[in-house]
Every structure is written in C-alpha cells, then in structure tokens.
Design a protein around this ligand. Structure first.
Ligand code: IDP
Ligand code: MG
Length: 138
C-alpha cells in the first residue's frame, strides 16, 4: 500500500476559482501536501505526461485543454493514498461521479473534469518526478 499520490487541479477548475475549495477537501480528507506549484504547461509537455493515452481519440484535445491555462500540481501523502484519492475525486465522467466527490461538485465534462489523480503507486512516482525535483518536496 503506497502512501503518496500525484494530483493536478486542471485549467477549468483553476480558472473558475475552485482551487481553494478543492485543496480544502483534499486536506480535510486527511492528505498532507508534500509538494505544490502553480504552473502552465505546453501541449507538448501535456503530451509527454499523458503519453499512455496517445492512441486514444481524445488525446490531442486533452493535450490542448491541459495547456489552455494555469494548473496546480501537487504531491499528496496519506496511507493508501492512490485509492483513497481516486475515491475522493470520483469517476472520470462527472455524470458517473458519486455525490460529494470533487468531480461531481466541480467537473464540467468528461474532459474538463477538474482534477487529476494517479492510478497506481508506480504512476504516482513517475508523475511526481515529472513535475518536481527532490528539492521541491518537504
Ligand atoms: P482519469 O483522469 O480518471 O484517470 P483517464 O482515463 O486516465 O481518466 O483519462 C485521462 C484524462 O483524459 C481524463 O481525466 C479526462 O480529462 C480525459 N478523458 C478521458 N476520457 C475521455 C473521453 O472519453 N473524452 C474526452 N476526454 C477524456
Ligand atoms: Mg488516469
């Protein structure tokens, strides 16, 4: 059971002013923030991050969307972090997300779905290392 996961507050949620509410939910759910930054990525960088999806029909749109405005990237710590965070954010498609989840509350569509959450311990490490150096973590 891993104790870290990686998240992004995506461009739609940041632009709509939901970052504070989302971070509040994350902290109240028992996650501690180990690294965090506000940044804007290029479509090429988004393409690298989401390379696993490059054969999917939504890949190009996703890369353009993720580079369309500022995002907040963060490393979070909690026992069972990956699974507990996926539960907190809800299903990819907000139409399927459970009541009270971040995506149910703040996602606009299956693409603009407010937040990212890693899907495995291995990917949590890879994704955290994509955004943060050792010196940027507490
Ligand atoms: P996840 O973020 O819940 O892990 P993934 O299947 O890994 O979902 O997809 C990565 C991201 O790609 C999603 O969060 C969403 O922004 C976007 N996405 C996934 N499926 C679709 C789709 O069918 N249409 C448009 N965008 C999608
Ligand atoms: Mg995923």
């Amino acid at each position: 059971m891993g104790n870290q996961t990686f998240t992004m507050i995506k461009p739609d949620a940041f632009a709509d002013g939901h970052s504070g509410a989302i971070l509040d939910m994350i902290i109240k759910a028992g996650f501690s923030i180990k690294a965090m930054k506000l940044l804007r990525i290029t479509a090429e960088q988004a393409g690298q991050f989401y390379a696993v999806h490059k054969e999917r029909p939504f890949y190009n749109d996703l890369c353009n969307y993720m580079s369309s405005g500022p995002i907040i990237a963060a490393v979070l710590e909690k026992e069972n972090a990956v699974a507990d965070f996926r539960k907190l954010i809800g299903a990819t498609n907000p139409a399927d997300a459970a009541e009270g989840t971040v995506r149910k509350l703040f996602a606009k569509s299956i693409e603009a779905n407010a937040v990212h959450g890693s899907d495995s311990d291995e990917n949590a490490h890879i994704e955290s290392d994509f955004y943060f150096s050792k010196l940027e973590r507490v």
